[in-house]
Write a protein that binds this ligand. Structure first.
Ligand SMILES: C[S@@+](CC[C@H](N)C(=O)[O-])C[C@H]1O[C@@H](n2cnc3c(N)ncnc32)[C@H](O)[C@@H]1O
Length: 250
């Protein structure tokens, strides 16, 4: 049991509500920030117990920011803990947080869990996360729950939306398609970690990837024979792509 789960299990203070398997995930991605002057933001304050847990876990130099729509949450402020009241679906409120919070190293979205709330929060704040920071959106099971706007493979769910991140991260390898380009996302995301109900995005400045070889070859390379029909199809496809690019000026 890691320190976070121990804290949670032994908690007799303010209420914390988390799924049991989340603690291993938090510790895996957050432990490197312990003992630093980390700035953490958690959407979803509820009774304030998780903010107390983060404060204890990260230590005395950490600053913890909680966001909630419930005005009573403001009462739960404490040393190292600031709370802002607003609706995470409201883009102008989300943008205003950048003026109030000087830096974000970790953002946890444990707010209202609707599709719009999760997408708006990601779209407004992801680029504001520190270049070596972590974005964690939890309770993604709502992407499958109709009451929250979810449904299996339903367009507009956060899960479906986030599946595009896999392409954006790999855009270096598909620029020739003309449909995918290298963006800030490609250049700032090191890895995507999908767990049950959680997506963790680890940021890191990324250079164009390249491959290298070391050692000495011992056997000849093998090139499987291509059927004449297959190679003709390939040539035709490349020619169509070239002409399309030429006519659209791309
Ligand atoms: C799951 S609870 C948070 C649990 C807390 N993080 C914990 O670990 O104990 C969800 C919280 O999100 C808040 N919330 C719901 N809709 C919201 C919205 N649109 N904007 C901001 N907060 C919202 C609720 O008031 C509630 O306090």
């Amino acid at each position: 049991m890691n320190d976070l789960e121990k804290y949670f299990t032994e908690n007799t203070g303010r209420l914390i509500h988390k799924w049991k398997h989340y603690f291993e995930i938090y510790d895996r991605h957050f432990s490197r920030f312990r003992g630093t002057d980390i700035h953490m933001v958690e959407f979803g304050v509820s009774q304030g117990g998780s903010l107390q847990m983060w404060k204890e876990y990260f230590g005395p130099d950490a600053r913890i920011f909680g966001i909630d729509i419930n005005p009573y949450c403001k009462k739960l402020e404490d040393e190292q803990i600031e709370i802002f009241i607003g609706d995470q679906e409201d883009r102008s409120f989300l943008r205003s947080l950048k003026e109030k919070i000087p830096r974000i190293d970790i953002l946890i979205d444990d707010g209202g869990h609707t599709m719009r709330q999760q997408i708006n929060t990601y779209e407004e704040l992801f680029s504001y996360i520190n270049e070596n920071g972590v974005y964690l959106c939890e309770d993604l099971h709502t992407s499958y729950w109709p009451k929250w706007g979810g449904g299996y493979k339903k367009r507009g769910t956060f899960i479906e939306y986030s599946k595009n991140f896999i392409d954006y991260m790999n855009a270096w390898h598909s620029v020739q398609s003309g449909r995918l380009s290298v963006t800030d996302f490609t250049k700032s995301v090191h890895s995507l970690h999908y767990y049950d109900s959680i997506l963790v995005i680890e940021k890191r400045p990324i250079e164009k990837p390249f491959d290298l070889k070391t050692g000495t070859p011992e056997i000849p390379d093998f090139h499987p024979p291509t059927s004449p029909l297959k190679s003709l199809r390939g040539r035709l496809k490349r020619e169509i792509e070239r002409l399309t690019r030429h006519s659209t000026g791309k």
